[in-house]
Design a protein around this ligand. Structure first.
Ligand SMILES: C[S@@+](CC[C@H](N)C(=O)[O-])C[C@H]1O[C@@H](n2cnc3c(N)ncnc32)[C@H](O)[C@@H]1O
Length: 317
């Protein structure tokens, strides 16, 4: 269970018309699908960042340019622990998106009322995130509180303090060394704050094989293709260094976090099955019911392709 600190703040969500009362996963999925469909309705050739987004979201798109609802449902299931923490936290909520890439979750969190900082090592990714500002701002009632910075998050966190929430999606397997990130995150969170880490699950054979295929070796490795934007020095970059939920749980506890809960998802096979099948309503119903069930079945749940761990910094350690 997520145990928010203090009183539950009234929602001040700047989505057009306000947030639907009692926002649930289904409503959020519809909102996210609407946002992506509007943003990607433009031809890839319209702007470099739109081209990058079309490539990034290729698994979400059908050949006629529609966004697959089942893929968005799977995505929302994955980030739901973040949304719950965000909605339950007292306002204002200062959130860091560590390794934010193109910034989708950073913008979603800002639309849900958070004051967001997105940090990424690669300036080109931050440039794409920045270029999306106009679109997301056009969807918001109030000015979005969001900034992006190209930086090595390890250096960035060394002089920042007091975030309420931190989100790291598909980042802990790249930020190197991950233990240093967990220590820095713990130090920079306010007591009672939470780090939510979501990443592929090493215990899932498909996720493991994909990580091996991407890095081209069985063993975890690092490269130094990227440079610290501030110092110009090469930075160690983890290549798909994915771990199991027991390993990430142990690593989080070692630096002082209380592991509040682990949510497994990724049972919907949205990246494996063809989109022609995935768009069929019957397939959508079967896969979502299967996903719901699988995430709750002991033995099966630990095999989800992705996990999200909510790790809390206790008020009185
Ligand atoms: C697989 S991408 C995930 C991006 C985004 N979170 C998402 O889920 O779409 C991993 C990101 O982590 C960033 N990253 C890796 N090491 C980093 C570091 N030391 N500091 C900041 N960002 C880092 C990479 O540049 C990359 O954009």
């Amino acid at each position: 269970m997520v145990t928010g600190q203090g009183t539950r703040a009234p929602l001040a969500v700047p989505l057009p018309g306000g947030v639907p009362t009692g926002l649930g996963q289904q409503q959020l999925a519809k909102l996210v699908r609407g946002l992506l469909e509007s943003e990607l309705a433009v031809a890839p050739s319209a702007a470099p960042h739109i081209h990058a987004l079309h490539r990034y979201y290729k698994h979400f798109l059908t050949s006629d340019g529609r966004v697959l609802y089942i893929a968005v449902r799977a995505y929302v299931a994955r980030l739901w622990p973040l949304v719950e923490c965000l909605l339950q936290a007292p306002r204002p909520v200062r959130l860091l998106d560590a390794g934010c890439g193109y910034g989708t979750e950073a913008y979603l969190a800002a639309l849900l009322g958070a004051e967001v900082t997105g940090v990424d090592l690669v300036p080109e990714r931050i440039a794409v995130a920045e270029a999306r500002r106009e679109f997301f701002q056009s969807q918001a009632r109030d000015a979005l509180q969001i900034e992006f910075e190209a930086a090595n998050v390890l250096r960035f966190l060394a002089c920042r303090r007091r975030y309420d929430l931190m989100w790291a999606m598909e980042a802990i397997s790249h930020i190197h060394p991950p233990e240093a990130f967990l220590r820095a995150a713990f130090a920079a969170l306010r007591p009672g704050g939470a780090l939510i880490v979501s990443d592929p699950n090493r215990a899932n054979p498909l996720a493991y094989l994909r990580s091996v295929a991407i890095r081209g070796s069985l063993r975890p490795a690092t490269h130094q293709k990227f440079h610290d934007p501030e110092t110009g020095q090469p930075v160690d970059y983890g290549q798909e260094h994915i771990v199991s939920t027991s390993r990430i749980g142990r690593a989080l506890r070692q630096v002082g976090f209380v592991v509040e809960r682990i949510v497994m998802s990724g049972f919907m096979a949205t990246t494996v099955l063809p989109s022609t099948l995935l768009r069929r309503p019957a397939c959508e119903v079967v896969l979502s019911r299967f996903g719901w069930l699988a995430a709750r079945l002991p033995g099966v749940r630990r095999l989800g392709t992705v996990y999200a761990v909510v790790a809390r910094k206790a008020v009185d350690p």
